[in-house]
Design a protein around this ligand. Structure first.
Ligand SMILES: *Cc1c(COP(=O)(O)O)cnc(C)c1O
Length: 386
């Protein structure tokens, strides 16, 4: 495991324009919390999209070392990367097997999650020379995203003419409304999934992601699949309160400016200053996932959502002024004591003081999108588990 893991490695973390601290011990602790809530079910780890933007190598290695034995990724390339860090884990690939990807599956021992009859037919042909090769089946129980229909799944379960080599190790489905414990859809999906799970007797079953785990034991089956909870984010409103924050993003102040009442700030001159102001210009913008929708003024989403972005600096919250730009954001530091901050200091964008989900909500989105939008420019530091 390397301390710095991308092309910005050469930058000293202490002087990087933008930097991201990922607390792997918090990820492990959050996984353990999800495992405790999963009762007798085993607990997988979902590390798709580069470990929700935080680095699949480091995240995968830490979770594997902590005892995670089942992982989910979106595409086979992610599985091949993870394999180097999780030598004997089961790695499920949610997008299934497609022509051209077979070798990546076979060479890395990845398990495709098959979601249609076409994919099944392709899989049977691809493994004809292999004999037994594991697969998982995704069944749609109401989400209408991926999966065999209930009828297709039941037909397959009873199909005695299916290839003898067909050996599904897992049947799974995904909840549409897991974040809303009161939604009747949850029970409906549960009942449909029970029917399928019973039909595939002896095959493990999995229904719940982070939010579903919180719905209780009925939803746990044999294997749970938490993702966002591992990274300290909300899967249901407020659900991350019991988790540890994992990622802290900070950007360096490049310049502190003094501006007069009546002057304007940033593109479009959409912010007219009401008072003489001190401004901190920091080196992160929408190319770093500091979404333009979090601008202080001057973007359409600000009409629809209540707040713009807020940074944390020298013990205070500081609001974004005017439009966020590609590489830079301007914060209002007028209310901070004179001399409390200098160019070179760092503003927290989210992390220990500004919760991930609050930072996301300020841009009209969710923690999942914020994390997976961080981009490549952060110098990264990983805090290792003890
Ligand atoms: C992304 C995903 C998960 C993890 O969801 P979280 O809400 O992040 O816990 C689990 N299962 C499937 C099928 C997914 O696509």
């Amino acid at each position: 495991m390397t301390e710095y893991s991308n092309d910005f490695t050469d930058l000293n973390f202490d002087w990087a324009p933008a930097r991201l601290t990922v607390d792997l011990s918090a990820i492990v602790s959050n996984w353990q919390a999800m495992r405790a809530l999963s009762g007798s079910a085993r607990t997988a780890a979902v590390v798709k999209a580069d470990g929700y933007g935080l680095g699949i190598e480091d995240v995968g290695e830490a979770l594997y070392a902590a005892g995670a034995a089942d992982f989910f990724v979106a595409v086979p390339e992610e599985g091949a990367t993870l394999r180097q860090f999780a030598p004997d884990a089961r790695i499920f690939v949610l997008s299934g097997m497609w022509p051209g990807t077979e070798e990546t599956f076979f060479e890395n021992g990845l398990v495709p999650v098959l979601a249609s009859e076409e994919q099944l037919a392709f899989f049977f042909a691809a493994i004809a020379d292999y004999g037994d090769y594991p697969c998982a089946l995704q069944v749609d129980t109401g989400f209408n995203r991926l999966g065999l229909t209930l009828e297709e799944a039941m037909r397959l379960a009873g199909d005695l003419s299916r290839p003898a080599s067909f050996s599904p190790v897992l049947v799974l489905s995904h909840l549409a409304c897991g974040d809303d414990a009161a939604a009747s859809m949850n029970r409906e999906q549960l009942e449909r999934f029970r029917t399928v799970a019973n039909a595939f007797e002896g095959v493990e079953a999995s229904l719940s992601a982070s939010a579903g785990i919180l719905l209780g034991a009925d939803y746990h089956f044999d294997l749970t699949r938490p993702g966002i909870a591992l990274y300290g984010g909300d899967s249901a409103p407020g659900s991350s309160k019991m988790l540890k924050p994992v990622a802290t993003a900070e950007a360096r102040i490049i310049q502190i400016r003094h501006a007069k009442a009546g002057e304007n700030v940033s593109y479009g001159a959409t912010k007219s200053l009401q008072r003489d102001s001190r401004l901190a210009v920091v080196s992160a913008g929408y190319a770093d996932g500091y979404l333009r929708a979090k601008s202080g003024t001057g973007v359409p989403l600000r009409e629809a959502i209540s707040t713009g972005g807020t940074g944390f600096l020298a013990g205070h919250r500081v609001p974004v002024l005017g439009r966020i730009t590609m590489d830079m954001t301007i914060f209002d530091i007028t209310d901070l004591p004179e001399g409390a901050v200098r160019a070179g200091d760092y503003v927290e964008l989210f992390g220990n003081h500004i919760a991930l989900d609050d930072a996301a909500a300020a841009g009209g989105t969710i923690g999942y999108e914020l994390l997976t939008s961080l981009g490549l420019r952060y110098s990264r530091r990983y805090i290792q588990p003890d």
